[in-house]
Design a binder for this molecule. Structure first.
Ligand SMILES: [Zn+2]
Length: 423
């Protein structure tokens, strides 16, 4: 990379190729110009752009082999969690102040990996709202943030320690109104149990009327909704209730097995709902860590068991997403890392794209799912998610073409957020 940061706010990026995030084929030898925090033009580089800068004009930065893609949109993070392998109970024992420090670190880590927009799907008390304000005010460096604040959950339900407990339609309606008043960008509701002790991922929580109440109350306030759904029954209810997005979608039966249900899958495809399958949330970080350990020494029996379980769970999710894609859900599958929970690391949106490709999506589908589709699912598709005139200047320069090898997403040369180089 050669060049200087645009002090004036006028900047031109000359790249070997531009992939704009709409699904259009890459444009070789492209020039993107930025005015302030917006994209002013994006197209073929005029012949003189390749040479040295002459006269007044935008500061030119040339990436000889760099490929420009839109800043990534991660539809599912938990910035206030620690991603250090502990249980939710251990993390929840930390004070809010410690969660805030962790969030500052996590937001920067994610931004440096190319995530310029993130949707936080659950944090305690007012932490999510404060983090969003801190980023907006420049106190903390991080992606543009959309926050749910406290997830709506039944007494003792998944993430109950965030203090968003609501039972029955009246309390749910009140919870949604309170969250909106606090500054929520969307409503997250826990439609099944999860990894929180005392909850069961194989069981649905709220009834269809309760979920419908949440959806209606949110929509009246102009807020989109997303539902944590691991159990098949919770998926069924969330679809019926008219919620906008489904997280995980693991098809867990009451006995804990994960049989794919083609009828339920067809209803999901027909529903118009988005699915954020959080493919790396089956223990991908654990898998990578233990596979590396296995190179050096034999794994202990416990480690073997943990690795085998994570590999099997991940394969099940890949197979399910593959079938959903074949059935036509592909254009509504969105990227989400679930970073923060357990050992799900920040700074690895690349894992998400890699696993989408392992599930049979094309590299272009994975790229679109993690840019324009995710932006639309998060309600900000008019502002971010593509490299087009009038969009925010959120741009990532990769060292190689991700359409040739999706692992190029891990090779970030530069990140621009709102037209500013992230350092
Ligand atoms: Zn989550």
């Amino acid at each position: 990379m050669v060049g200087v940061k645009a002090g004036s706010g006028r900047l031109a990026l000359h790249v070997a190729a531009l992939i704009d995030g709409t699904g259009a084929p890459p444009l070789p030898d492209a020039l993107i110009t930025i005015e302030g925090d917006m994209i002013r033009s994006a197209g073929p580089a005029p012949p003189k752009a390749a040479g040295s800068r002459a006269g007044p004009g935008p500061e030119l930065v040339t990436f000889d082999t760099g490929v420009a893609v839109p800043g990534f949109v991660d539809a599912h993070v938990h910035f206030t969690l620690f991603a250090d392998g502990r249980s939710y109970e251990a993390m929840a024992a930390e004070p809010d102040a410690m969660m805030a420090f962790a969030a500052a670190r996590n937001a920067l880590t994610h931004l440096r990996a190319g995530v310029t927009t993130a949707r936080d799907n659950g944090s305690r008390n007012r932490l999510g709202f404060a983090l969003k304000q801190a980023i907006d005010r420049g106190l903390v460096a991080g992606p543009g943030l959309l926050v749910s604040g406290r997830p709506v959950t039944p007494p003792g339900g998944h993430f109950h320690w965030c203090n968003g407990i609501a039972d029955g339609p009246d309390e749910i309606r009140q919870a949604v109104k309170s969250l909106a008043a606090d500054g929520a960008d969307h409503i997250k509701i826990m439609a099944s149990g999860g990894g929180t002790r005392g909850t069961d991922p194989a069981r649905a929580t709220y009834t269809v009327p309760e979920l419908t109440c949440a959806a209606d109350a949110a929509h009246q306030l102009g807020l989109p909704t997303t539902a944590h759904c691991r159990a098949s029954e919770s998926m069924r209810r969330a679809i019926e209730a008219g919620l906008d997005c489904m997280e995980h979608g693991e098809f867990i039966a009451p006995d804990g097995t994960r049989p794919f249900d083609p009828g339920l899958a067809a209803r999901l495809v027909d529903s118009g709902m988005y699915l954020s399958p959080t493919l790396q949330a089956n223990g991908w970080d654990t898998i990578l860590r233990l596979r590396a350990v296995r190179e050096a020494r034999d794994l202990a029996p416990d480690e073997e068991r943990v690795l085998a379980a994570a590999e099997q769970d991940t394969q099940t999710s890949l197979d399910q997403v593959s079938r959903l894609t074949d059935m036509g859900l592909g254009p509504r599958i969105v990227a989400g890392t679930d970073a923060g929970c357990f050992d799900f690391s920040f700074g690895h949106i690349d894992y998400c794209l890699e696993l989408m490709v392992a599930a049979g999506m094309s590299p272009m589908q994975a790229l679109v799912a993690s840019t324009s589709v995710a932006a639309t699912a998060c309600g900000v598709g008019d502002q971010v998610g593509t490299i087009q005139v009038g969009k925010r200047a959120d741009i990532v320069i990769l060292a190689a073409n991700p359409l040739e090898d999706i692992r190029a997403v891990s090779r970030v040369l530069a990140v621009y957020k709102d037209g500013e180089l992230v350092t």
